[in-house]
Design a protein around this ligand. Sequence first.
Ligand code: AMP
Ligand code: GLY
Length: 429
Amino acid sequence: MKLLVIGSGGREHALVWKLAQSPHLTHLWCAPGNAGIAAERLVHNQSVVECVPLTAEDLPRLLAFAQEHHADLTVVGPDHPLAMGIVDLFQSHGLRIWGPNRKAAQFESSKVFAQSFLERHGIPTAPAGTFTDPALASRFAASLGGRCAVKADGLALGKGVIICRDMAQADRAIEDILVRKTFGAAGDQLVIQELLQGMELSLHALCDGVTAHLFPTSQDHKRALDDDQGPNTGGMGAYSPTPFLTESELNHVRQVILDPWLQGCAADGIDYRGLLYPGIMLTAAGPKVLEFNARFGDPETQVYLTRLENDLVELLEACVNGTLDRVALQWSQTASVCVIMASGGYPGSYARGKIISGLAEASQLRNTKVFHAGTARQGDRIVTSGGRVLGVTAWAADLPSARTAAYRAVDQIKFEDACFRRDIASKAL
Ligand code: AMP
Ligand code: GLY
């Protein structure tokens, strides 16, 4: 089989690394990929993974590439091409592609769509309202005492959610989104949710339109600094499993969130094939959905795929073919920890082109994998080229050992102004 993976982050490196282990693959392209992806080889025939200089949003060229090179399956990593309808486009040309179609991807691309789905199908979520009028939005925020999450409807590079603790902050957020249009058309509508208290977890489920298989739990660390301080980021580290849900509690989550979600999709004519990633809060009143993503999490993918024992090509094929009911997910009994090394200044502005050293030393360590995100090759050197640079991942029999191993690898790697959290997974210990 010949596969095309779309994307360039740590998530896509983890997908490529795992897919490359499949005996089914004879060729793998990644558009646009990164320096780490370009260094991967297929286990089956040792052929190198080929990076193709096409961006994830360049739908016409991606389509032409897949047609010309007879890709048997295209795997979409990031949210944007899904929201743009890449799946519908490929399918209309008879190509096989993994990921939700445009209608299904609205779970992530429209907060208004997701909120109304949750309410319509009785899935536990925060009390919320949807608004286009700033005065009505402000009145609703006031009814919550100003303690609310103000969310631009559309995709906003992960910055469209503003957490407010008083009315001054809420009014500023409403004004920014609806009046000043900080997020452009993504802010034509907004959702205001009551601020929930509790432990936040990531759920992942593979879906084929009818069947959904839930992964074990994982937890991301969204704030830039230790002890959950500093600004929100794309994610500074993750680990799996978490100790916060027992098997029976996870079953409860399946019953109150995943099952009604599947029934809701059937009732609404949504054919969801791909990965559903609900962000949930474990509140005193039970688990509640904060948001949906329509793709694998980053850095959750790095910890999940280092624990997954199935052939990933077979799983993704089963999603596309509607045969997920015939496979069971298999997880190793290990724990996995991923520490993100980022450029100084991230999530604000940062420099690029810093030389990264120690990658070879870190790659010698057992049960350790350094996934690349914002990296590029410059001659014989690897340099930084993005905010999140590396996802240093290690797995071991238990969480403390996995964590120690991940930080041992982090300590081998150096680049100017590197920053990373020292407390990944510490909530669980
Ligand atoms: P979202 O993109 O909707 O997940 O929001 C980004 C982050 O904002 C989440 O990961 C949470 O940490 C936080 N957040 C979103 N909604 C709420 C809420 N209703 N209550 C508390 N925190 C929230
Ligand atoms: N882990 C956060 C995200 O993928 O959106």
